[in-house]
Design a protein around this ligand. Sequence first.
Ligand SMILES: C[S@@+](CC[C@H](N)C(=O)[O-])C[C@H]1O[C@@H](n2cnc3c(N)ncnc32)[C@H](O)[C@@H]1O
Length: 348
Amino acid sequence: MKLKEIREAGAKILVPDDESVFYNPRMAFNRTLSSLALGAALPHLKSRHVLDGFCATGIRGIRYALENPLDAITFLDANPRALELARKNAEQNHVQNAEFACDEFNHFCTQTKPFDVVEVDPFGTPAPFIQNALRACHKKAILSVTATDLATLCGRKNQPAQRRYDAAPLYVDFAHELALRIILGFVARQAAMQDAGITPLFSFYQDHFAKIMVLVEKSAQKADESLTHIGHVHFDPETLARDTKPLKCKNVQVAGPLWVSDVNDVRILNAMKQNAPDEKTKHLLEVLENEQGRPPYFYDVHHVGKPAPKMDALIEKLRKKKFKATRTHYAPTGLKTDANIHQLRRIM
Ligand SMILES: C[S@@+](CC[C@H](N)C(=O)[O-])C[C@H]1O[C@@H](n2cnc3c(N)ncnc32)[C@H](O)[C@@H]1O
């Protein structure tokens, strides 16, 4: 394969100019945020051995190692060409204590010693890898997952999401938030099967992917506790009402099971902000912070009524009426508020 050198943040890596080993520069922002979140979460752990489970060129693991104080890192990929390139790239970037394994992820996880951080970044759905990723986690560890199968998770059809995540999506204005919450809910339920609980540390959605990073703690009590955060979102397609409680209407649609509590930890967001490399990152982290404590859904004001008022003016009006209201990172015209659809319509 022919190689060219590229730079991403502080890493200098070789990528092929064909598709023999996967590299997507559009995922650089995902990697930047994941690395920041990892740095903020590492103090929760006693040791710091990372498994970069789907390493491809190694860029993610290399950035984690260059940007954070790790003890060791294992690069894994089923593609031997990827692993060869990851080795070359790790050496070129002077990554310390690196190990390399060419194996299928699920097979590797059933045979390995446990890790402190497990990274799951496959093509499409991460669902078939979550059980074994959890198995490969220490008693207290970080599980970091990217899902790029948003078409399924936001689907017009229920079946694919039911099959993969045992959960119903809704094709509505707030579908991307439901998608992220379905993944979190799925990971929580899979963890509970192994007597483990999860706490979301950092989660966000962008374009075609959802990213979640959770603290995994292996105890039956933690498992029971994290299952209390699983619920459903009910939606009335006629009035556009939405709620976590059942709605009194004829054609109610229900999404879930999904994670209904906060999807970020404010302490992690604050620590990330301290090290944010630019204003774009800082801004996203501030929006995520403002979403905390709000309902697990939002309204796209362009769907609620036209002409839609200016977002800032609407938020101010809602706040004057003593409602909570904030923008959301899921959509530029998305509004998170505790006002119900009728109250929102009246104010609009
Ligand atoms: C989306 S790419 C990973 C991207 C990479 N983490 C990055 O940030 O550039 C998915 C990688 O997983 C590998 N892969 C796919 N299925 C796998 C499996 N079951 N076990 C191990 N590796 C797998 C592919 O060879 C590919 O390199």
